[in-house]
Write a protein that binds this ligand. Structure first.
Ligand code: ADP
Ligand code: MG
Length: 290
């Protein structure tokens, strides 16, 4: 007499196996999962100005720190996000190494808070979580290291300084990678004739294929010993006597701050800067020769 169990065993042994060991393994089909898409149209959480180039030494840190200060003098609380060597940027603002990692300086009625973050951490602050854990801000200014492609950040105001040498390949490569919703302002550092720069800017514009807004600061920014020395000792360029090439340099910065302001407080004008202490007394015919 056989049990149910025996019958099963018997039948199993005599029936042809549906999966003999020699049969090929069954392939599990791939199920689709949406790939992460690059958001070329993303918009930063706060109005953001990025100073970027593929070349070092084109005054990025100088321009970004001075711009952050200028916006602070206009009453804003500015997050100065440094994705490059933070020490350099901190020194420019007179912050010492012993000061806290997240350091804040007062300029006029506003503040500049310096935070060093790179890569995805910077993107988190700009586009995802926002800068909340560092405080409340009206705007963000970003300083980038060379070749860090700040130009690929969408939805920002991109200030692209150039000294003319890189006007060909690298600058154009950066501008080509710049999303259409980023507005670009080309800045020529180191004085050249204005007309020559206007022609260069037109060539760069054509080569960049940028479909968004591209403008250029019409007056090249001059190199001056006063500015260099002020930066070296961590003194704000806005305290310098406003005369000669230093005044021209500051006028260029003022114009850039005006473009930034238009994005931060649309429809209003950048509040005028108070007269710097160093230029409160100006004696015509004497100071002009200094
Ligand atoms: N208007 C200026 N006149 C003279 N020197 C300047 C001026 N602006 C910046 N510099 C100097 O140029 C050098 C490079 O500037 P920096 O801002 O560090 O460039 P980057 O951040 O692009 O490498 C610094 O030594 C700085 O003091
Ligand atoms: Mg720098």
């Amino acid at each position: 007499m056989s049990t149910t169990h025996d019958r099963t065993m018997t039948r199993g042994a005599s029936a042809p196996s549906p999966r003999s060991p020699s049969a090929p393994p069954r392939a599990v089909p791939t199920l689709a999962v949406q790939a992460e898409v690059a958001h070329d149209t993303a918009v930063p959480r706060l109005p953001t100005v990025v100073v970027s180039s593929w070349k070092g030494g084109v005054w990025k840190t100088c321009l970004s720190a001075s711009l952050a200060e200028r916006l602070s003098f206009a009453g804003l609380d500015v997050l100065y996000l440094v994705t490059d060597d933070q020490l350099d940027a901190r020194r420019r603002l007179g912050i010492s190494e012993s000061d806290p990692d997240v350091a804040r300086v007062q300029r006029g009625s506003g503040t500049v808070t310096v935070v060093g973050l790179a890569g995805a951490h910077a993107v988190d602050v700009l586009y995802r979580g926002g800068p909340g854990r560092f405080g409340r801000f009206d705007a963000i200014v970003v300083d980038t290291p060379p070749v860090k492609k700040g130009g690929c950040l969408p939805g920002v105001l991109l200030l692209a300084p150039t000294d003319g040498d890189d006007a060909s390949a690298n600058l154009i490569r950066m501008l080509r990678a710049t999303p259409a919703n980023t507005d670009i302002v080309l800045v020529r550092i180191d004085a050249v004739p204005k007309r020559e720069w206007a022609q260069d800017a037109a060539v760069i514009h054509d080569a960049s294929n940028h479909t968004g807004t591209l403008s250029y600061l019409s007056d090249p920014l001059p190199r001056t010993a006063e500015v260099r020395e002020a930066l070296n000792r961590g003194q704000s360029v806005w305290t310098l006597a406003r005369r000669g090439p230093t005044r021209e340099f500051l006028q260029g910065l003022e114009s850039l701050a005006g473009v930034a302001w238009e994005r931060i407080r649309p429809g209003t004008t950048l509040p005028a800067l108070a007269v710097a202490a160093a230029s409160t007394v100006h004696i015509r015919g004497w100071d002009d020769d200094a």
